[in-house]
Ligand binder design. Structure first.
Ligand SMILES: Nc1ncnc2c1ncn2[C@@H]1O[C@H](COP(=O)(O)OP(=O)(O)OP(=O)(O)O)[C@@H](O)[C@H]1O
Ligand SMILES: O=P(O)(O)OC[C@H]1O[C@](O)(CO)[C@@H](O)[C@@H]1O
Length: 337
């Protein structure tokens, strides 16, 4: 086997565990005699030839750090043909054999686009808190984000209970409900509003009203926590809070968790996933594989053509949906008191 020259970058929203993945790629490569460089600031670094050598000393003591030592970015101009050609030129000048892209499906589009103009191998590794990538059970960063959101809901409940208020907690996820569903279940919220279940605003308000009425009848005037996925309620979380105040006559407080969910030390599941995928990606480079994402299914690494990651929509699993409905949105039924 020939020694490879591998490049890595992180792109799109940063996710806890990206550093663990960079570390795994570097350590696995070094052990096999390959060399690794890292491009800075996502695809911007490919365009400006902003890179640095990575070795095991440089990735020592980073597994526990959130963010990404290579920085991340969104780079609009990378969609253009001229950008991909320029990136290919820089990669050829550096005699790179394979580029590993840690990011979301947008970043995988970028890798596929580059492959149209570059002869080297491109491999994607799923890194996003949204877990919205088809072909992998989980994405790097997702588990930590659930933990952060769950922890925040626990804290919100303390004040919600004290004031007997309704709270709305908005979580990220872009257009997917994985994070919202898990945070709501694990945080024992009372209701969750997710893109996968959303019909319309009136139906949602009616359902919440019904659940809330039974909840209050059963438990007295207690707190009620609703988890809302971002980008879903047409006029935003404040509008929903106002509508609920009108409907219930009580106080409603909106809390947007925002980018807090992207930060923090990765939990063990994200470190394990990142390491598993990083090591497997190096194996794929050795086997001259290209145009794939390395994902995970049933704890085993899997390889999926990049196109499939965005051509298919990842669905919430039916056990997850069933659990969520049973424990939250359909928990109370009239007549059962
Ligand atoms: N169609 C495309 N062609 C070329 N490059 C693309 C394309 N789509 C996205 N990219 C590149 O990938 C970058 C990241 O994409 P995007 O902002 O969608 O985030 P992502 O990788 O999906 O991650 P996340 O959703 O977690 O933030 C873009 O800024 C751009 O540089
Ligand atoms: O940091 P930005 O560019 O505002 O992007 C926010 C988006 O990125 C993510 O954090 C990751 O895709 C989404 O959940 C969110 O919608």
């Amino acid at each position: 086997m020939t020694n490879k020259r591998i490049a890595v970058l992180t792109s799109g929203g940063d996710a806890p565990g990206m550093n663990a993945c960079i570390r795994a790629i570097v350590v696995a490569s070094e052990g096999k005699g390959h060399s690794v460089i890292g491009f800075e600031h996502g695809y911007n670094g490919l365009l400006s030839a902003d890179w640095r050598k990575l070795d095991s000393k440089k990735v020592h003591n980073i597994i526990q750090r959130g963010g990404t030592i290579l920085r991340s970015a969104r780079c609009k101009e990378f969609k253009e043909e001229a950008s991909a050609r320029l990136a290919a030129k820089h990669l050829d000048e550096l005699a790179i054999d394979a580029l590993l892209v840690i990011g979301g499906d947008g970043s995988f589009h970028g890798a596929r686009h580059l492959a149209n103009y570059w002869n080297g191998d491109v491999i994607g590794l799923p890194g996003t808190i949204d877990n919205d990538i088809y072909g992998t059970d989980a994405t790097i960063g997702y588990y930590t984000a659930i933990e952060t959101a769950m922890d925040s809901i626990d804290k919100v409940r303390d004040t919600a209970d004290a004031f007997e208020r309704i709270f709305l907690v908005e979580v990220m996820g872009r257009h997917a409900g994985f994070l919202g569903a898990c945070a709501a279940i694990a945080g024992a919220a009372n209701y969750v509003i997710l893109p996968e279940l959303f019909k319309d605003t009136q139906t949602t308000l009616d359902n919440i009203h019904q659940q809330l009425a039974i909840h209050r009848q059963r438990y007295g005037h207690e707190s009620f926590i609703i988890v809302l996925t971002e980008n879903l309620w047409p006029a935003g979380i404040s509008d929903l809070a106002t509508q609920l105040e009108t409907l219930t006559g009580g106080e409603v407080r909106p809390v947007t968790l925002g980018h807090i969910q992207r930060g923090g030390s990765p939990v063990s599941q994200d470190r394990m996933l990142a390491t598993l995928l990083g090591v497997h990606a190096v194996k794929c480079v050795e086997e001259d594989k290209s145009g794939i994402m390395v994902g995970v299914h049933n704890n085993e690494p899997v390889e999926i053509p990049l196109e499939q990651t965005w051509e298919n929509k990842k669905a919430l699993s039916s056990p997850l949906t069933h659990t969520m409905l049973t424990m939250l949105n359909e928990r109370h039924h009239w007549g059962l008191g």
